[in-house]
Design a protein around this ligand. Sequence first.
Ligand code: AMP
Length: 541
Amino acid sequence: MQGLMMDIPLTITSIMRHAERVHGAQEIVSVTRDNPRHRYTYADSFARTRQLANAMSDWDLASGDRIATLAWNDYRHFEAYYASACSGYVCHTINPRLFPEQIVYIINHAEDQYVFLDPDFWPLIEKVAPECTGVKGWVVMTTPEHMPETSLENVHCYETLMEGQSDQFDWPDIDENSACALCYTSGTTGNPKGVLYSHRSTVLHTYATLMPDSMNISSGDVILPIVPMFHVNAWGNPYACPVAGAKMVMPGNKMGDGPTLAALINEEGVTMSAGVPTVWLNLLAHLRSSGERVETLQRVVVGGSACPLSVMEEFDAYGVDTRHAWGMTEMSPLGTSNSSGARRHQFDSETFTNMRLNVGQPIYGVEVKITDDDNNELPWDGVAFGALKVRGPWICSSYFKLDGSSAHEEEGWFETGDVATIDPRGNVAITDRTKDVIKSGGEWISSIEVENCATGHPGVAEAAVIGRIHPKWGERPLLIVVKNESADVTSDELKSFLDGKIAKWWIPDDVQYIDEMPHTATGKIQKTKLRDIFEDYQFPA
Ligand code: AMP
C-alpha cells in the first residue's frame, strides 16, 4: 500500500520561494571589488535573481545547459546560483585556483555555454578564452565603471545585463532529480572529475547541514561562509542559510585576510563560520597580534583537511567551539560531524582531546563502512582501519560524462580514497588518504596523526609527513616543516616533542624544512609535490 502524502518536488526553487516569503527581510552582506560592504535582503536578492533569469532567457539555452561561475563568495554569485538552477540550467562552479589548463579542460568538458566571472579573474580568462570554443559569452560580475578593457567579443557587464529587466519571472516546474549544480574535484592526479548534484540531493543535504549535531544553523544565526562557493557550494551554506533564515556575510576575495574577517565577525555579529584549516591560521594570527576578540562567534566548522589540535585549542581561548567535519566534493560534501564540543563538560580533558581529533559520527543519510584489501567489512572497534566507503542520497552515483569509473562498488558504495577507523559509537577517525599511507616494516603509520602532533609545537606553522624509502623498513616517515616566523626549532627538539605523544616507531626519522608548503586548489597539503621535491632524499645512515 502506498502512503497518502503529497509528492512535492524537492527543488532549489522551493528554497528560494520559502526564503523570500518567510525570511525576506533577512540580510545578505557582501564584500565585493566595487563595494567593501554591500548589503541587501533576501527579498532584494531574489527580485534581482528574477531579473537575471529574464536576462538569461534571452540567451539561446536549453534546459540542463551548463552556466559556469568563476567567482568569490558574494551576492552576485548567490544570484547566479539561483537564477541558473531555478531556470533549469546547471550552475557549474569553477575553482579559480586550478591551473589555467585545468580550467580550460573543465569549461570544455562541461560544455559551459556562458561564464560569470569576478573582475579579479578577467586577466586569467582573457588569456584562455580563445581555447574555450563552446562559450557563447562571458559576464563580468561588476558595474560598468569597473569593466575591464578588452578586445574580446561577447563580454557583458553583469549590472548592464540586469538593467531594465523585469523582476517578475515565471519559474519552470523542475523534476527534483534533474541536475542543478556541477563541481569538479581538484584531484592531484589526472583530470578533474565532475560531480553533478541534483535538486533533490541538494535539498536533502541542506536539511542535513541544518541539524543540531551538524552545522546547527537557525534563524538567529549570522553565518560567514569562508569556504568558497566554488568549493562544493560553500559546503551547502548558500542553501542552508535561506532555508533557516540566517543572515549571510560573504567575504568576497578577502577570505584569507585576517583583519577583514575579524572586522566582519565583530561588526556583523557573526555566530558561525565555516572553512578549511588554513583560513583559520590567518584569522588566529591576526587575533593574536592585534589582541582583538570575536565575542559573537560561537562555533566554526572546520573540514577539507584534518584540523590541527592547536587550532582547536586556540579557538577554545576565544570561547569558540570547533566542529570538525569530514566530507568530499562527491558527498555534497557533508559526511560526518564532530559536535562533542557541545558536551565537553561530560569528559575529562584527555578523553575530550582524543575525541575532538576524530571527524565525528555520520550524519543521518550517510552510511559508512570500512573494508580490508579483500573488501571484507572491518569491525567498528576504533582499532581496525581500512578503506572508507559511503553511500547515501547526496553521494554521487557516477561522474559526469565518465560512466563506469572504479570509484563505485556493485552494491553502490562509493570508495572515498580515505583510510579510517570507526569506533563502536560510529566516530570516524581519518588516518590517511589511501595514496599517502606510510608502511614501515609492514605496519601502517597515520601521517595525519603525526602531522597533528607536530603542528602542536609552537615553532611549527605547517607540518606534513610523507613516506620515503628506507633500506631496512621499506619506508619510514619524513617530517617536513614550515617554521613559524622567527622560530628556531631543531630536528632533535621536534622529535623529543613528539616522544610520548605518538607510538615511538611513528616518530619520523628526520625533519626537513621548507619555506612554503605546497597546497592544492582547495587548500590541502599537496603531498605529490612534496614527494617530487624529496624524490632523491635519503635518510641519514
Ligand atoms: P574535497 O573533495 O576537495 O573536499 O576533498 C575531500 C577529501 O578531503 C577527503 O576525501 C579527505 O581526504 C579530505 N578531508 C576532508 N575533510 C577532512 C578532515 N576533517 N580530516 C581529514 N581529511 C579530510
